[in-house]
Design a protein around this ligand. Structure first.
Ligand code: FES
Length: 156
C-alpha cells in the first residue's frame, strides 16, 4: 500500500512534465525509496499514472541499474568497475567488498544490512575508483577506506 504522501508526490511529479511518461524514472525512484524496491504494485501504479502499459515501466527499470525489483540491504554498495575505475584498481576494490561483506554481486547480507552491486560509470571518474552507498559517494577508494565506511555504517 503506497502512502498518501507518495500519492501526493506522484500528483506533483506527473503535472511537472509536458509528457506524462517523462515522469516514469522520478516516480519509480520516489516509490523505491518508500517501498524498498520497485514492487509489482509500484509498477502498476506508475503505469496507471502515466498512461502506459506495465511492460513499458518494466523496460525502463531494466535500463537503469539504480532501480531494483527486489528489496536491497539497508546500505547498498554500488561499486563502479567501468574504464576509469578499472584502470585505478576497481576490480580489486570490488573483490575486497565481496570478501569484507561476505556477499557477491546482487546479494544481500543475511541480516539485511548490506547489499553489493558492480555497476557502470557513476559519473565520478575523477575520483576513481568510486562507489555509491545509497545516495552518498565515496571516491579514491582503498581497502582502508572501505573498512572505514563499513565500520561507520555498522554504528548507525
Ligand atoms: S568509470 Fe567509475 S565513476 Fe566513471
Amino acid at each position: 500500500m503506497l502512502s498518501e504522501a507518495l500519492h501526493k508526490k506522484f500528483d506533483q511529479l506527473v503535472s511537472r512534465y509536458p509528457l506524462k511518461r517523462s515522469a516514469i524514472v522520478p516516480l519509480l525512484l520516489y516509490a523505491q525509496d518508500e517501498v524498498g524496491c520497485v514492487s509489482e504494485e509500484v509498477i502498476a501504479e506508475v503505469a496507471r499514472r502515466v498512461d502506459v502499459r506495465p511492460i513499458e515501466v518494466i523496460e525502463v527499470i531494466g535500463y537503469y541499474s539504480m532501480l531494483h525489483r527486489q528489496p536491497l540491504g539497508k546500505y547498498n554498495f554500488q561499486v563502479c568497475t567501468n574504464i576509469s575505475c578499472m584502470l585505478r584498481g576497481a576490480d580489486d576494490i570490488f573483490d575486497y567488498c565481496k570478501t569484507k561483506l561476505g556477499i557477491k554481486h546482487k546479494q544481500t547480507t543475511p541480516d539485511g544490512r548490506f547489499s553489493l552491486e558492480e555497476v557502470e560509470c557513476l559519473g565520478a571518474c575523477t575520483g576513481a575508483p568510486a562507489m555509491q552507498v545509497n545516495y552518498d559517494f565515496y571516491e579514491n577508494l582503498t581497502p582502508a577506506k572501505i573498512d572505514a565506511v563499513i565500520d561507520d555504517l555498522k554504528k548507525k
